[in-house]
Design a protein around this ligand. Structure first.
Ligand SMILES: *[C@@H]1O[C@H](CO)[C@@H](O)[C@H](O)[C@H]1NC(C)=O
Ligand SMILES: *[C@@H]1O[C@H](CO)[C@@H](O)[C@H](O)[C@H]1NC(C)=O
Ligand SMILES: *[C@@H]1O[C@H](CO)[C@@H](O)[C@H](O)[C@H]1NC(C)=O
Ligand SMILES: *[C@@H]1O[C@H](CO)[C@@H](O)[C@H](O)[C@H]1NC(C)=O
Ligand SMILES: *[C@@H]1O[C@H](CO)[C@@H](O)[C@H](O)[C@H]1NC(C)=O
Length: 296
């Protein structure tokens, strides 16, 4: 649903708080605003409830109160991991190692770093992608037995199995159709569903063709059993097409677009084999939308 001035006024005067509604916060590229959206999972409506001015633009936002990773010490990954480090994800399970990925140039590797008292300590392990890879997003599976990586330059989703001493290359799934030109796409995001039963991944299109959204069914350990679908998104996604599974149900994910400026809620089909848009809101401010985080 498109927001209107009257809806915005109504929402700010009488905030509704029943169990079916959930809040999301959306960041932008370059505009100084954070948007609070409210999704009603029964009425399937998506409304703007707050437009909060910020002093700087907030492109990739995260809400976290977990163990913080200090920047007191820079760790050099070594080996082939010589290009720009772009993404880190902290293992939520002991020993809480941090996994870093790289982008551009020699980026065909990931580096595992130990953490001592919240501060990066040392590079303890390397793992490999293709020499042509450039990984832009990573996520852990349930129990951290697997790590999933969205390979931007390879337009693929990787799974690596993880144990305390090795990170082994496992399986690679495509995030484009075989007849698509790889250079038209730049895969970005991967995220685990609320129950840990699905992993979602998206691909951004560089040209005027649509990007892709894909979901995979996982077994209890987090190994991918199948790629359920690879569907075109509404737009290229711009620099976003960022997927954020809801924390309250496996059914819903938020998807952001910066080519137009919108947020959508996609619903997974009952059998998990398809997904479709159930709510859409335009937020056209010249910079929206980067990513969305669920707040409730
Ligand atoms: C984060 O955790 C700290 C310490 O546990 C707590 O004092 C603080 O209220 C938490 N903040 C939020 C936003 O939950
Ligand atoms: C990573 O690999 C490179 C060689 O490719 C090696 O020089 C470096 O020591 C490795 N780092 C670790 C922590 O194993
Ligand atoms: C490092 O990169 C070179 C060339 O890019 C490649 O031949 C070599 O196999 C890589 N080493 C590892 C450990 O991935
Ligand atoms: C790829 O093939 C499908 C049909 O199999 C077609 O719908 C689509 O337009 C093709 N894409 C390109 C880029 O040719
Ligand atoms: C949010 O507020 C700012 C500042 O008033 C405005 O420039 C922007 O267009 C608003 N965003 C939307 C989506 O209306």
């Amino acid at each position: 649903m498109r927001f209107s001035a009257s809806l915005l006024a109504l929402a700010s005067l009488a905030p509704l708080a029943h169990a079916a509604t959930h809040d999301l916060i959306v960041g932008t590229f370059g505009t100084k605003a954070l948007y609070t959206l409210e999704f009603d999972d029964e009425a399937l409506t998506l409304d703007l409830v707050a437009n909060t001015s910020t002093t700087i633009s907030s492109s990739w936002i995260a809400l976290s109160n977990a163990t913080s990773i200090g920047l007191d010490k820079a760790v050099v990954a070594g080996g082939n991991c010589t290009s720009t480090s772009i993404y880190v994800v902290a293992d939520p399970h002991p020993p809480y190692a941090v996994y870093g990925s790289f982008f551009g140039g020699d980026a065909g590797c990931g580096a595992v770093m130990s953490v001592d008292d919240g501060v990066l300590d040392a590079s303890i392990l390397n793992y490999t992608y293709f020499t042509s890879s450039g990984v832009h997003g990573t996520a852990f599976g349930p129990d951290s037995k697997f790590i999933y990586s969205a390979d931007d330059t390879g337009n693929t989703l990787w799974t690596h199995s993880v144990d305390s001493s090795t990170v082994c290359s496992h399986v690679v799934y495509p995030l484009k159709q075989s007849n698509d030109s790889a250079s038209d796409f730049w895969a970005d995001e991967v995220a685990l569903s609320a129950s840990g039963s699905y992993v979602w991944a998206t691909n951004r299109a560089r040209s005027s063709t649509a990007g892709y959204i894909s979901a995979f069914t996982l077994d209890e350990s987090g190994a991918i059993l199948q790629q359920n679908f690879l569907l075109p998104t509404t737009s290229t996604g711009g620099a976003a097409n960022s997927v954020a599974p809801s924390p309250f149900s496996d059914r819903f994910v938020a998807l952001t677009d910066s080519s137009v400026g919108f947020v959508e809620i996609w619903e997974l089909a009952e059998d998990g084999q398809a997904a479709s848009v159930v709510a859409h809101i335009d937020l056209v401010d010249g910079g929206c939308c980067a990513n969305a985080v669920w707040y409730s």
